[in-house]
Write a protein of this length. Structure first.
Length: 532
């Protein structure tokens, strides 16, 4: 019976979330990036780089990564220290100075390691920017908090076309907790959360942050209480508020691993991606088996998308008008896996995964063994589809659960010389650290008046993608193998990797590819000055 209800609940949620796939417009805005980092606890200061239980040695390396990455500000999702002392809190605040000097803002949250009322009061003093005052606002505006005892602890602000909502769930400045327990400390903030999200910039984005996740992989405690089933009614209201206000991503920490999952509300009516940020600390946790979702939720409500253990990592989120792209970077932890650091490692970061969405695009859940041809979208006269391909993933998380794909689309206007709008496509990579996908077929319609008609017969135009240098090239040129082979006519099942073509009857171009380069359009392969 539980299995049947599980299927029914997922079907309801997927109809709401993916089959409808509502496209929404977004106002034009300047492109900008922000960084996300997680817990920075440390033990004994053996190497002299990590005073007062703060991972200053790692923070310093992350600061430089963020500065080089050109972010406008950095958000830390809690556990600023290990012991929560006044000296430790001051040390963490001092470690942000390099960001301030570079003109980069810093907006932190508390975690359970600085959960006291005394730490709350000190936090307000150390980070006046969280209340919209001081010298380190970095261009952020519109600061609000839910109540005086959470002023600057839970807070929201705007930057560009996005609203940022940061949630504190710990003891308040007056030493109290809602209904006598910190497990309830998000519940009475729900009206403010709803109003803060509803007042986001018109046509813009909203991002939500907290220390604990919706369903975590090692810790049992969550944003809403002692386990994932706690405060179910409040969770339903919270998820409905996020989902109804176009919040796609919630970032948390606490678990010291990278984990990305699609999580449903307890009633199955809404879903949000829950991103647990990888460790910036001395410690690295291992997921529980069986998972917390299996133990506490019936039906289960977590679909795993990606997971990587035993790394130090960070995130750069780029907002570009209606589009959002998240790049996750990580380094081996320097102590060989499931271990505690005792000295600061020299970190070597590489990009581990990229995912994103667009307010003018759609989202599709594709599970292992399912076909990608559910992906269909259109914009400004251009239609796009994945015509063929199967999710052949055999990737699993630590508990053995299969990893699924959330494939997302987005758009930008037709560029000079192009016969179509530009399609953005995220979420198809087959493994962490790889730019390869399952073999699939991307198709785009085109308007022939923008292309050289004589090129149809000789393969002179088709689907192009951006290469690593930013140049537009034949999409099949970026494949891992196969022979570029032109076909004039429609795609037919069985065409090999590297086959590409143009169907003049339906005015579509298509390509058989196996890469994640996220931007596609139809244009002449040779540069043209005939821009209309």
């Amino acid at each position: 019976m539980a299995r049947t209800r599980f299927g029914q609940r997922w079907m309801l949620a997927l109809v709401v979330l993916f089959a409808l796939a509502v496209s929404r417009s977004a106002s034009a805005a300047d492109k900008f990036s922000f960084g996300v980092m997680s817990d920075t606890q440390w033990k004994a200061n053996i190497d002299g780089k990590n005073p007062n239980t703060v991972a200053v040695g790692i923070i310093g390396q992350l600061n430089q990564e963020f500065i080089r990455g050109g972010v406008k500000f950095v958000i830390q999702v809690g556990d600023l220290t290990d012991n929560g002392s006044a000296a430790a809190m001051q040390t963490r605040a001092d470690a942000a100075q390099a960001l301030y000097v570079a003109g980069v803002g810093f907006f932190p949250l508390r975690g359970n390691h600085e959960s006291s009322g005394a730490a709350a009061l000190q936090f307000q003093t150390l980070y006046p920017q969280s209340q919209g005052t001081g010298d380190h606002l970095a261009g952020a505006t519109g600061f609000t908090s839910p109540m005086q005892t959470l002023a600057g602890l839970s807070y929201a602000f705007d930057y560009g076309n996005a609203r940022f909502v940061l949630l504190d769930q710990f003891t308040r400045t007056d030493g109290t907790n809602y209904l006598g327990s910190s497990n309830n400390n998000v519940v009475d903030q729900l009206p403010w959360i709803g109003s803060a999200l509803a007042a986001r910039p018109a046509g813009g984005h909203a991002f939500v942050f907290g220390h604990k996740g919706f369903i975590t992989e090692n810790h049992t405690d969550t944003l809403f209480g002692a386990n994932p089933a706690s405060n179910a009614d409040a969770q339903n209201a919270f998820f409905a508020s996020l989902f109804g206000n176009d919040v796609r991503y919630y970032f948390g920490g606490h678990d010291h691993m990278h984990n990305r999952a699609l999580v449903l509300s307890p009633d199955g009516s809404a879903a949000v991606q829950d991103i647990t940020a990888s460790s910036n600390s001395y410690k690295f946790y291992v997921p529980l088996v069986p998972p917390n979702d299996v133990v506490y939720d019936d039906p289960q409500r977590e679909i795993e998308l990606s997971q990587e253990l035993f790394t130090v990592g960070y995130y750069i989120v780029t907002v570009d008008g209606p589009r959002v792209t998240v790049d996750h970077y990580a380094s081996p932890n320097g102590c060989g896996g499931d271990c505690d650091l005792s000295v600061t490692p020299a970190l070597t970061f590489s990009k581990r995964e990229t995912f994103g969405y667009s307010l003018n695009g759609k989202e599709f859940l594709v599970r292992p063994g399912q076909r990608y041809d559910v992906v269909k979208d259109g914009y400004a006269g251009t239609t796009a589809a994945i015509l063929d391909g199967v999710d052949g993933s055999n990737q699993t998380d630590h508990a053995g659960r299969p990893l699924s794909h959330v494939v997302t689309t987005g758009w930008s206007e037709r560029e000079c010389g192009a016969g179509s709008s530009t399609l953005y496509l995220w979420g198809m990579a087959t493994a962490m650290g790889s730019d390869r996908t399952d073999v699939h077929v991307v198709s785009l319609s085109y308007d022939p008046k923008y292309l050289r008609a004589e090129a149809i017969g000789n393969g002179g135009f088709g689907v192009v993608a951006k290469d690593p240098t930013g140049a537009w090239v034949n999409a099949v040129a970026l494949n891992s193998g196969g022979v570029p082979t032109y076909v004039m006519g429609p795609y037919a099942p069985g065409y090999a990797l590297g086959t590409y073509g143009v169907d003049p009857d339906t005015k579509t171009a298509w390509a058989v590819i196996d890469h994640t380069n996220a931007q596609f359009k139809v244009t002449n392969f040779e540069a043209t000055k005939n821009c209309r």
